[in-house]
Design a protein around this ligand. Structure first.
Ligand SMILES: [Ca+2]
Ligand SMILES: [Ca+2]
Ligand SMILES: [Ca+2]
Ligand SMILES: [Ca+2]
Length: 697
């Protein structure tokens, strides 16, 4: 069969049948006309009846023998097949999430037919669930290719992309790059340097200028609260911090590298004692009241209107496990236990209250949540920006040893009985927040968790969803929406082949993969004023102007393409050698559209005709992560080199663009159309460098 019939780009052929030009016989004989009318009516009723019978379950018996599963048929990587070659096929939904594992032995179709259907939207009938619960092994008696399911209504969310870290509001580069999602930080230390004295800055501080920019652009602003003042930290932990100084840093830099210990929670032997925790909660309430725009104690912007934000979270990368330098003091490990940096170490108790600091963080998260909600229930509370550090290969010691799991488990265990509002409030945040760096791409847990076999950021989000699903809320598995507040692929990280051009290419790839996870906002770290290795700009010492890296242009081009678009589905047309992510326009007046998921062919022409696909070729999937090592310093390159493949788009005209600004308009049958025919399709080469292809019909 023609594979293009099940591709995303299929447009239903217009009905070109000529009108019946000779109705004279029918007009002459009304009896025949009536007979034909009744007959046609009966046919319609029968067809409709069969359709309803096949697609809607009737009663319990029908539900129990549900026989229709529709999804994209793919092969699992060899590593995931068991000895008997079971579960080697899978059925995926349009986002790459697994619907069913399929045993090839149980499918009564020829192997060659099965192979021909790979990557296509297929419909499986006669399924018998052989071995519940998950993972399902299914015995399918029939399998057929389906030209489009698309019956499920999905929500297409506007892709919100921005810059994480420090993207200053007063820099022209922030606006030039483009942003519709933003974060900024409120440092407790700067605002309340001595207890009870507040210096908010009245719209002139960095943080309030950032909020002003969000408000000017009408985009969500997300606020990180952290970095305690010295008076809020136990004295004993301050001296303890000396042990955590990086050896290569001079004492004068210590303040930057080790800014704080966990705040004083309740340490009877310390002069500051437990008043500090209440001060923190009061500070959070003041901040929330200042930026909720409800007319009470609101900060005013330069235009006289209140400054408003969307969400608050507590601490950056609080799960860092070692030395606790760099604003992340809540998951330390005692080096005196040493051996390995993570495994086997005792939990740190830097604030000396007799409890592990991760547990202090969990308790504080609950207080933080209630503080913000008390001020204004419309404000969102996010989980702190989770760095996922423990999942690095050498530190990963099982899901239940990770900071995220331990915090959730502690909150559930401690407050399910003692907090009357537990059922509504658990897990004490509305939105999960995480960071992803491309050097983690091939980490084992990430690789295992992405059913589409991309791994990387898709695997990371999937892994975290899996952690959530170990807990329940109101009788259902716990779920939370996600924000990726930092993604990046820094340059230069180590010697080797990693180049600034690779950074630009990977920027497109990681953003596309990130949006396919359903993340509500995705931000690149960063513009360049915070950390030179990560920047879109190479910021030199004054008075030199920053130099734009290729990634700056790549970011800007991606923003211009995706602004007003939302992720629709993964392109399964060449599962083995293609990664493709489809985006469709979202109505300008809202942040999301109800839209048909599944096959793009079933969408209205207004959507097909303006769809965009970000796509590139890949080495055959199971080989993708064959490169050894995956930690900082090891640069991941696809092994072996990806092939150049041909891809056909159903279109009369397309526009292609690459991360470096090279673009082309191609018309069916004209220059650039590799099939050289005017056949309603345009054929182009896809290589490992991504392209954005906009269909223009
Ligand atoms: Ca207020
Ligand atoms: Ca502690
Ligand atoms: Ca309020
Ligand atoms: Ca053509």
């Amino acid at each position: 069969m023609d594979p293009s019939q099940t591709n995303q780009g299929v447009i239903p052929a217009p009905n070109n049948k000529p009108e019946n030009s000779s109705p004279s016989l029918l007009r002459r004989n009304p009896l025949i006309t009536r007979f034909i009318g009744i007959f046609a009516g009966l046919i319609v009723i029968i067809v409709l009846g069969i359709f309803i019978y096949q697609n809607y379950p009737f009663g319990q018996a029908a539900k129990a023998s549900k026989e229709f599963y529709t999804g994209y048929l793919v092969k699992a990587s060899q590593a995931k097949c068991d000895k008997n070659n079971q579960r080697c096929f899978r059925l995926l939904d349009s986002t790459g999430k697994v619907i069913l594992f399929i045993s090839p032995d149980g499918i009564k179709v020829r192997k060659s037919a099965l192979m021909a259907m790979l990557g296509q939207l297929v419909r499986i009938k006669g399924i018998k669930i052989d071995k519940p619960p998950e993972p399902l092994r299914v015995i399918a008696t029939q399998m057929e290719s389906s030209s489009g399911e698309a019956s499920k209504q999905g929500l297409i969310r506007k892709a919100l992309m921005g810059l994480g870290g420090y993207s200053p509001a007063d820099s022209p580069y922030t606006r030039e790059a483009g942003t519709n999602s933003k974060s900024t930080s409120l440092y407790w230390r700067n605002i309340e340097p001595t207890m009870g004295t507040f210096n908010w800055g009245g719209g002139t501080t960095g943080a309030e200028r950032e909020i002003q920019l969000c408000n000017d652009l009408n985009i969500p602003c997300n606020i990180m609260i952290g970095v305690a003042p010295a008076w809020a930290v136990t004295k004993s932990s301050q001296s303890l911090l000396a042990n955590y100084q990086p050896k290569d840093k001079t004492p004068s830099n210590a303040d930057w590298y080790c800014p704080e210990a966990p705040i004083n929670m309740n340490n009877p032997s310390d002069a500051n004692d437990n008043v500090v925790k209440q001060h923190f909660v009061d500070f959070v309430k003041k901040a929330a009241e200042r930026y909720d725009g409800d007319g009470i104690d609101d900060a005013k912007g330069s235009n006289g209107r209140p400054l408003t934000v969307q969400s608050f979270l507590m601490y950056n990368e609080m799960d860092y496990y070692e030395r606790n330098c760099g604003q992340a003091p809540w998951n330390t490990k005692h080096p005196e236990d040493d051996g390995k940096p993570f495994e086997g170490r005792r939990d740190g108790d830097l604030n000396k209250n007799g409890k592990p600091d991760w547990q202090d963080y969990a308790d504080l998260q609950k207080d933080f949540y209630y503080a913000v909600k008390e001020v204004n229930p419309n404000l969102k509370v996010n989980f702190g920006t989770y760095g996922n550090f423990e999942i690095l290969d050498q530190h990963y010691n099982g899901d239940e040893k990770t900071f995220l799991y331990k915090v959730l488990a502690h909150l559930q265990r401690t407050y399910s009985s003692s907090d009357a509002k537990f059922a509504q409030s658990f897990p004490y945040f509305d939105v999960m927040n995480a960071h992803y760096y491309e050097v983690y791409h091939c980490n084992t847990p990430f690789q295992e968790h992405d059913e589409y076999s991309v791994g990387g950021v898709r695997g990371e989000i999937s892994w975290m969803k899996n952690i959530f699903a170990k807990f329940s809320k109101e009788g259902k598995l716990l779920e939370r929406p996600f924000v990726l507040s930092e993604i990046s692929d820094p340059y230069p990280f180590s010697a080797g082949s990693h180049q600034e051009e690779v950074m630009a290419i990977n920027l497109w790839k990681i953003f596309a993969q990130s949006f396919s996870t359903g993340a509500e906002e995705v931000r690149w770290y960063d513009l360049g004023f915070g950390d030179p290795q990560f920047g879109l700009l190479e910021v030199k010492k004054k008075p030199d102007l920053p130099r734009k890296r290729p990634a700056f242009g790549a970011y800007q081009r991606l923003f211009n393409n995706l602004n007003g678009y939302g992720f629709h589905s993964i392109d399964f047309s060449n599962y083995d050698n293609l990664e493709g992510y489809l985006f469709v326009p979202v109505s300008a007046s809202s942040t999301s559209n109800k839209i048909k998921t599944g096959n793009l062919a079933n969408q209205p022409s207004s959507i097909i005709n303006n769809s965009k696909e970000i796509l590139w070729s890949i080495p055959t999937r199971p080989d993708f992560c064959s490169l050894k090592g995956s930690n900082w310093g090891n640069v991941r390159e696809p092994v072996p080199a990806p092939p150049t493949i041909q891809k056909r788009f159903v279109a009369t005209s397309i526009h292609t663009e690459d991360p470096f600004g090279k673009s082309q308009d191609i018309t069916d049958g004209k220059t650039g159309d590799l099939d050289a025919r005017r056949d309603g399709k345009i054929t182009i080469n896809i290589s490992s460098a991504p392209l954005i292809v906009t269909v223009k019909n």
